[in-house]
Design a protein around this ligand. Structure first.
Ligand code: UDX
Length: 458
């Protein structure tokens, strides 16, 4: 069967995989291939056990796989065969050398650009899909055109705004699709090609275009703004706990101002995820590069409050549990950085588990989807840690429960039964404010939510 276009995505991760599955699902007239250097990951994309958990993803992949969606490790052959190449390789925070702990590590991205240059035999549209610091589209262009291989490249920026756990919904019905291009005739033509792809299912008025740098910067700024809202409400949660106010009541009153809006105002043990911290650090790095130190300090404050919030959670536990956690069994309900994902990157639960081990507590971790990742995250930690699938078993014998992830199933647990199985006095630290605090107190728990004064029976 002849396909109208051949689309390739390099990188089969949390962004590349679901995004390409959605394009293939919505556009049967295109042939879509996702490649990765990781053979095991590709094998899983080709199996019934996909490498990432996302509600609705299985159905979308099953509908298109083998028809016009393919997963492969033959990167070079696919580069040659495709007209449009999405680059969605990971860009973690650099762990070495200049900018370590701050700048993005671009080695995978750089290697990919060279690989494309080497194997392209015809004109290609390159779509930058990874979160990258601004100006990398230009760097990409420079690598691609450094050796004249007789073919042309147009580089577009098309940042992804999907959130994990709602990826399929976000892809199907995005608030906006952003495409950055050069403002030259060739750049605008390439842009229009990408607009046409999205227009298969996204209303035109939601497909917005800009220059490349605005597009790249928008992604960092959108994440910085979202994270800033959480740090803002988390900073207020600390005040509420002291001042006998209730952060949920404050958030509700503030969020009802339509200029502020009510989303992303849930106080928590802290934000996690692969993007917020990384993107803010990138923003800070870019600001420092331009000697905008006040601006850099401002955004860095968002991360400082997040660190403060996580540490505060531990210090509070210590304080109310009689200043020692040594030998005490503490159960973490949830380990993923948020509900409906198995992803644990930058999860506040990692920090909390580490600090608990430092305090010599016995840590029990339960999570419906993230236990494998949790094991991996904590494998070098030592200390007393166990991983238990069943939440009732995990809580049994514990002195305290700490809610780390807002999984819906935790709301429906039988806390009377859990209370009976625990060591007394029993504590609940609700790092996500999802439980019925009054009900728990009535059962006999000492209850410590975020942003409201705690209640004890002693
Ligand atoms: C985020 C952006 O939302 C998305 O647009 C971007 O493309 C990638 O980064 P994601 O990391 O998947 O998506 O998760 P998100 O839902 O934004 O949550 C991030 C963290 O903030 C989680 O740890 C979450 O639990 C926490 N959070 C969120 C709060 O603590 N309070 C809130 O009110 C909202």
């Amino acid at each position: 069967m002849g396909f109208e276009k051949r689309i390739l995505c390099i990188g089969a991760g949390y962004v590349g995989g679901p995004t390409m599955a959605m394009i293939a699902h919505k556009c049967p007239q295109y042939r879509v291939t996702v490649v990765d250097i990781d053979h095991e990951r590709i094998a899983r994309w080709n199996s019934d056990d996909l490498p990432i958990f996302e509600p609705g993803l299985d159905e979308v992949v099953k509908a298109a796989r083998g028809r016009n969606l393919f997963f492969s490790t033959e990167i070079e052959r696919e580069i040659e065969a495709s007209e449009i190449i999405f680059v969605s390789v990971n860009t973690p925070t650099k762990a070495f050398g200049a900018g370590a702990g701050m700048a993005a590590d671009l080695q995978y991205w750089d290697r990919t650009a060279r690989q494309i240059r080497e194997h392209a035999r015809s004109h290609k549209i390159i779509v930058e899909k990874s979160t990258l610091p601004v100006k990398t589209a230009q760097a990409m262009e420079r690598i691609l055109t450094a050796e004249d291989n007789g073919v042309g490249f147009d580089v577009l920026s098309n940042p992804e705004f999907l959130a994990e756990g709602t990826a399929i919904k976000d892809l199907e019905d995005p608030d906006r699709v952003l495409i950055g291009s050069r403002q030259t005739p060739e750049g605008l033509k390439a842009r229009d090609t990408l607009v046409e792809i999205y227009a298969n299912w996204v209303p035109r008025e939601r497909i917005i275009c800009s220059n490349i740098w605005s597009s790249e910067l928008s992604k960092l700024v959108a994440n910085a703004f979202l994270a800033q809202r959480i740090s803002s409400i988390n900073s207020i949660s600390a005040l509420c706990e002291k001042a006998d106010a209730d952060v949920q009541e404050v958030a509700r009153a503030v969020g009802m101002d339509s200029r502020v809006g009510d989303r992303f105002l849930n106080a928590s043990v802290g934000f996690g995820g692969s993007c917020f911290k990384k993107d803010i650090l990138n923003l800070v790095y870019i600001c420092r590069h331009y000697d905008l130190n006040e601006v850099a300090d401002y955004w860095e404050g968002v991360i400082r409050i997040n660190d403060f919030q996580k540490e505060r959670f531990i210090l509070n536990m210590l304080d109310v549990m009689f200043n020692t956690l040594a030998q005490k069994r503490i159960c973490l309900l949830g380990f993923a950085f948020k509900a409906d994902t198995g992803d644990t990157r930058e999860s506040p639960a990692i920090f909390v588990a580490k600090r608990l081990v430092e305090e010599r507590a016995t840590v029990v971790i339960t999570d419906p989807k993230a236990l494998d990742n949790a094991r991996e995250d904590l494998k070098e930690l030592g200390g007393e840690i166990s991983f238990v699938e069943d939440p009732y078993q995990a809580c049994a014998g514990s002195c305290a429960i700490a809610v780390m992830t807002e999984w819906g199933i935790y709301r429906g647990l039988d806390f009377e039964r859990i209370y009976r199985s625990m060591s007394k006095p029993a504590f609940v630290f609700d790092g996500r404010n999802i439980l019925d605090h009054e009900g728990l107190f009535q059962i006999g728990f000492n209850v410590f939510p975020i942003g409201k004064p705690g209640r004890t029976h002693f």
